[in-house]
Write a new protein. Structure first.
Length: 95
């Protein structure tokens, strides 16, 4: 089996990937609809840790803490839809 290598994405012309990168860089949670997983079209609030690509895959992914599921998740960027009026919230870091 091939080893999967994550390649960080730090900039993108794709508006969704750009918003996810921006929320990660600014340490802000972001709201989006996700069209995958067990609850399609659920509005989620997530704190994005990184945006990346995997070798031999055409897709871009976001690693994020999902505030609805209370756990880390991997989201495929092309399955994310941003609300028309984007909600970005600053998340407090526990010291």
């Amino acid at each position: 089996m091939e080893n999967l290598v994550r390649y960080p994405v730090h900039e993108s012309k794709d508006p969704t990937a750009f918003a996810l990168i921006k929320s990660s860089n600014n340490n802000q949670a972001i709201a989006f609809y996700y069209y995958g997983g067990s609850s399609p079209r659920l509005l989620r609030l997530a704190s994005v840790e990184s945006v990346f690509r995997i070798n031999n895959s055409p897709h871009t992914y976001a690693s994020a803490y999902c505030h609805q599921r209370h756990e880390n998740r991997i989201f495929r960027v092309d399955k994310i839809s941003l609300p028309q009026r984007q909600t970005i919230l600053r998340v407090r870091q526990n010291s």
